[in-house]
Design a binder for this molecule. Structure first.
Ligand SMILES: Nc1ncnc2c1ncn2[C@@H]1O[C@H](COP(=O)(O)OP(=O)(O)OP(=O)(O)O)[C@@H](O)[C@H]1O
Length: 263
């Protein structure tokens, strides 16, 4: 698989009266068609890392390359799904209008745009809600609109920043399954950030474990669960239980265990 994302020696320091090193010398790659999860403790620098990758923040040091091109500013073929769906959708636009909105600033012809919107809504199971407004939908449905909007642009890389942290547990399971299904059906490359250990193992083809602030990589674990996953049986499987234990231990005691793993 070709490399889609390459992060090399990335560090970011917030300047100001209280200068703060948020990300410290991170290097990793994500291959095309892979779903990689980043898991780290609250406040460790996960969002900062994603903002640097998305070109929203210029890293103090290091480089980010998307399909070989250095990221300077937000790449046209990158999409982000944020945690807070209520602030990322326009309340005055219908569901279809929200999904179409970013496509309007591209050269994609109107008919093609409409086709993409219909297709993306179908992928997330929202074709029947196309004329509704965000405030007429449940939280989970609103987040599905955000996912459809991101997918409609057919991004080379989809970044997801704690995308299911604001929905209830049942909806969270549904959205996790939707993300894996869509990612596999369309071969999308996804980098998803979460603080939820179980979610990182359930969703990921790989889990990158981050240290406490400033974020650095403690481990890069392949997930050898079957590609077809199920919220009940996968979570009960020995491999799942073993991996979630390993991630939990790495988060609790990063230096010692990372040293043991590398020994
Ligand atoms: N604009 C900013 N200016 C100064 N410091 C910042 C800024 N944004 C974040 N920080 C600091 O950088 C550190 C990392 O923040 P970041 O939001 O990246 O972490 P996170 O892992 O995403 O947190 P959470 O899990 O709580 O969402 C924190 O200590 C935070 O206070």
């Amino acid at each position: 698989m070709p490399t889609m994302l390459e992060v090399r020696g990335l560090s970011h320091r917030y300047d100001g009266r209280e200068a703060h090193l948020a990300v410290n010398d991170l290097s990793f790659t994500v291959e095309a068609g892979e779903l990689a999860c980043i898991v780290g403790p609250s406040g460790c620098g996960k969002s900062t890392l994603l903002r640097c990758i998305a070109g929203l923040v210029k890293a103090s040091e290091g480089t980010v390359r998307l399909h070989g091109d250095e990221v300077v500013g937000v790449p046209a073929d990158l999409a982000v799904v944020f945690q807070d769906y209520s602030r990322s959708l326009f309340p005055w636009l219908s569901v279809a209008g929200n999904v179409e909105f970013p496509l309007k600033s591209t050269k994609i012809a109107r008919d093609d745009r409409r086709r993409r919107v219909e297709e993306a809504l179908e992928w997330v199971g929202l074709s029947g809600a196309r004329r509704k407004y965000p405030w007429q939908l449940s939280g989970g449905m609103q987040q599905r609109v955000s996912i459809a909007r991101a997918l409609a642009s057919r991004p080379a890389l989809l970044l997801m920043d704690e995308p299911f942290a604001s929905v209830d547990a049942q909806t969270r399971f549904e959205l996790e399954d939707l993300t894996r299904r869509v990612q596999r059906e369309h071969g999308s490359t996804v980098l998803l950030v979460t603080h939820d250990i179980d979610e990182s193992v359930y969703l990921g083809d790989r889990v990158l474990v981050l240290s406490k602030s400033p974020a650095s990589i403690v481990a890069d674990l392949p997930v050898s669960l079957p590609a077809e996953r199920d919220q009940i049986t996968t979570r009960e499987s020995g491999e799942f239980v073993k991996l979630r234990g390993e991630v939990a231990r790495l988060l609790q005691n990063p230096r010692e265990l990372a040293h043991e793993r590398n020994a």
